[in-house]
Design a protein around this ligand. Structure first.
Ligand code: PLP
Ligand code: COI
Length: 340
């Protein structure tokens, strides 16, 4: 039976659910994995994750569809991205098929926490991994723990579809040839000061520029960015230092193949931002959050779509993507995995 939760008023936060998945890597292999009710982790004081931040994660969602099924969206892509991340961080790779199975099993066990269709909420899924054995010299761990937990969530930005304001920070998120393209916990550690500073100054998020030249648009702390030109082309930054967002790649496909729009993935000079008609953040948590304004050191860019509602093309993209996720619109082959 569905839990008694005020689904419509959920924010994006952690709520303990009943079950989580855990598997350990030791002596060169993964154990068979299990579901546990224990949300706490006990580890050695010198665990690699605690001293040298060897940790990574993924973010996904489970949705209740219009016909009452429970589904998740492109989990194979998250499995692949986590494998890429782990290789880059010198961590053991959790097999991609087992990743998907663990996600499905964890959601099934917590099925009563999947918000009802139409509530605006979803069940966020957080797979993650960390180096768990003690290491003192700077080197990777040899033992790892992979876990998956879930939490019902509402919109990432308060107010849902209300446009937000970004500022161009004096901080960098990712270095050339660094870790910007993988989902390492350390990228988020890097962004904590910048996000607190942005909030203190009244902005919702940071629009990071490329750190080498500070001239090109990259992404925000937790989402990729799309723009719409005045002649309705959907444009997104191409960069080797941003996270390859699954939502963004899906939206570009939707724009081209469902909406018949022109799409471009290319470098975007910040100087071009003032010429766009619409802007939005995209990601699992953010879904597609409209951006009304970008502030660059006092210089304000207000998009023609304004601060009251989503731009027209953004709205079409949002409706189509969420329509696919909630089962109202037929999905491309392989995008939707049924859990229950
Ligand atoms: N960029 C960053 C830095 C993120 O943390 C996320 C969230 O996962 C995204 C982009 C969006 O990626 P996805 O659409 O795969 O959730
Ligand atoms: C997500 O969209 O899943 C993210 O990981 C973004 C943020 C919550 C870190």
């Amino acid at each position: 039976m569905a839990k008694n939760i005020d689904w419509a008023n959920l924010g994006f936060g952690y709520m303990k659910t009943d079950y989580r998945y855990v598997s350990n890597f030791k002596d060169g292999k993964w154990d068979e994995g299990t579901i546990t009710t224990d949300e706490n982790i006990i580890m050695n004081e010198c665990a690699c994750v605690l001293q040298y931040a060897q940790t990574c994660f993924e973010g996904m969602k489970a949705y209740r569809t219009v016909d009452g099924k429970v589904v998740t969206f492109r989990p194979d892509m998250n499995a692949k991205r986590m494998a890429d991340t782990c290789k880059y961080l010198e961590m053991a790779v959790f097999p991609e098929d087992r990743f998907v199975e663990a996600v499905v099993e964890t959601v099934r066990k917590n099925i009563d926490y999947v918000p009802p269709y139409g509530s605006g909420a979803s069940l966020y899924i957080r797979p993650y991994m960390f180096g768990s054995n003690p290491v003192m010299g700077v080197k990777p761990a040899s033992e790892f723990q992979f876990r998956v937990f879930t939490s019902p969530v509402g919109p990432y930005f308060k107010g849902g579809a209300k446009p937000i304001t970004l500022r161009v920070p004096d901080f960098d998120r990712a270095a050339p040839h660094g870790t910007g393209h993988i989902k390492a916990g350390l990228n988020y550690a890097m962004s904590l000061h910048a996000i607190v500073d942005a909030h203190n100054q009244g902005y919702n998020e940071n629009m990071y520029l490329d750190s080498a030249t500070r001239t090109k648009v990259e992404e925000t702390g937790g989402a990729n960015i799309i723009f719409v030109t005045k002649d309705n082309t959907v444009v997104t930054p191409k960069s080797s230092t941003i996270l390859p967002s699954i939502t963004r790649r899906s939206l570009m496909y939707v724009a081209e193949h469902y909406l018949g729009l022109k799409v471009e993935e290319r470098e975007i000079p910040f100087s071009e931002v003032k010429d766009f008609a619409e802007c939005a953040l995209c990601g699992t948590a953010a879904v597609l959050s409209p951006v009304g304004k970008v502030v660059d050191h006092g210089n304000e860019i207000l998009f023609p779509s304004g601060m009251e509602k989503m731009g027209e093309v953004t709205k079409k993209l949002y409706d189509t993507l969420t329509g696919i996720q909630m089962g109202r619109i037929e999905a491309p082959e392989g995008w939707i995995v049924q859990i229950a």
